[in-house]
Design a protein around this ligand. Structure first.
Ligand code: CP3
Length: 354
């Protein structure tokens, strides 16, 4: 018999099967906007927190209960995978992530190691195991990794960037070096995601948070191929969510990432109406999104109205997972996030009855 989470609302929606109501979870659903998170965070640095599976599980399980969302996501960070590759990572207070020894030129690539195994990242599958063990069995656990382009951009820039000039310089100047870098990161992300799946993650999300800085032709040439290889190396029965943000011009090309995979879901942000995005992706795609996270800074009435508008655009098509178009903002009142989940539950259940 299938474990109950395989038939959860979120898993069924990812497979485009019928559901009684639209499942919802939120990117960054556990984080600084929650008092429980801030209390734990006062005792430790963010990186130490990521390496403490017990606290990672506790943080995510608390958020899932508080919000009553339909999925948990591994509590970790996109960038912890870079440490065993030889990059020195620090989350500096108020600055976000910093890499002290970025790979700027082709010569630097020789010091980027291959991720042979999970020995130095054992805390990640352990956090998956502990979160799965504490999670209600009708909810799935989502594992995650960065897409090769986004991981490469962090490794090259050494932190956040406005113009991505180091990344694009390397990409344009030395295609061989760029391909070697993104291939190495795709192989690392393959090992990393397969370890999460083996430890108990039912589906995975690939974050391409920085891809939106590329023009569509560069996206197809320099980012998409390595992501496609990563997706192809994951088990066929595991749904894969590909999330990028900032450039709706990518939409006509995203299906190539799945290479015909059945349970592929595409994350869409708020810059394009959900029904337009769906039409471009194809009516037979599964879609996740797409409320602007800034809506949660406003009044509950407006949140309900805009959530209903997203559901109207989804129009009862199979294969919709409700989410924000990007992560919850740290300034979000928790009760507004709760109100959104409540509104999506009620409104989508009514729609499905109709
Ligand atoms: O969604 C969740 O609740 C699970 C946890 C999660 C975190 N980071 C926790 C976090 C996930 C899925 C991520 C992914 C991640 N990390 C992404 C992709 C998603 C996205 O937002 O596009 C990216 C780009 C990162 C890199 C990262 N981590 C940045 C740029 C920052 C600093 C900016 C910020 O928002 O603070 C982080 C820090 C981070 N990751 C925090 C949390 C809870 C805050 C850390 C703190 O307590 O100071």
């Amino acid at each position: 018999m299938l474990p109950p989470w395989q038939n959860s609302l979120t898993m069924r929606a990812a497979r485009r099967e019928p559901v009684e109501r639209t499942p919802i979870w939120l990117m960054r659903q556990a984080g600084r906007y929650m008092a429980e998170y801030r209390a734990i965070r006062r005792e430790t640095t963010f990186l130490e927190l990521c390496k403490n599976p017990r606290l990672c599980a506790e943080i995510m399980l608390t958020a899932v209960e508080r919000l009553r969302v339909d999925a948990a996501i591994l509590f970790s960070d996109l960038l912890v995978i870079l440490e065993p590759l030889g990059l020195e990572l620090e989350f500096a207070a108020g600055e976000g992530p910093v890499i002290h020894n970025p790979v700027r030129r082709a010569e630097d690539l020789s010091r980027l190691r291959e991720l042979e195994n999970m020995d130095r990242l054992a805390f990640v599958p352990e956090a998956v195991r502990q979160t799965r063990a504490g999670l209600r069995d009708d909810l799935p656990l989502i594992g995650f990794a960065g897409a090769p382009f986004t991981l490469a951009a962090y490794a090259v820039e050494g932190g956040s960037s406005r113009d991505y000039r180091f990344t694009k310089s390397l990409m344009y100047a030395d295609r061989g070096a760029w391909n070697a870098l993104t291939d190495r990161l795709a192989r690392a992300a393959t090992v990393y995601l397969n370890a999460q799946i083996a430890a108990g993650a039912q589906m995975v999300q690939i974050f391409d948070s920085w891809a939106g800085c590329l023009g569509v032709e560069d996206f197809c040439e320099f980012a998409l191929p390595a992501t496609r290889r990563l997706v192809a190396a994951l088990p066929a029965e595991t749904p894969v969510i590909y999330f990028s943000t900032g450039n709706p011009a990518f939409l006509p090309h995203l299906r190539e990432i799945g290479g015909g995979r059945k349970n592929m879901v595409f994350g869409v942000d708020w810059r394009i109406p959900l029904d337009d995005a769906w039409r471009i992706l194809g009516e037979d795609a599964a879609v996740q999104g797409n409320l602007d996270p800034a809506v949660l800074l406003g009044a509950p009435d407006d949140i309900r109205r805009r959530a209903a508008a997203v559901l109207r655009q989804a129009g009862g098509r199979p294969g919709h997972i409700f989410n924000l178009g990007h992560g919850v903002l740290p300034q979000t009142p928790v009760e507004n996030a709760v109100a959104l989940v409540e509104a999506v539950r009620e409104t989508s259940a009514r729609r499905m009855d109709a």
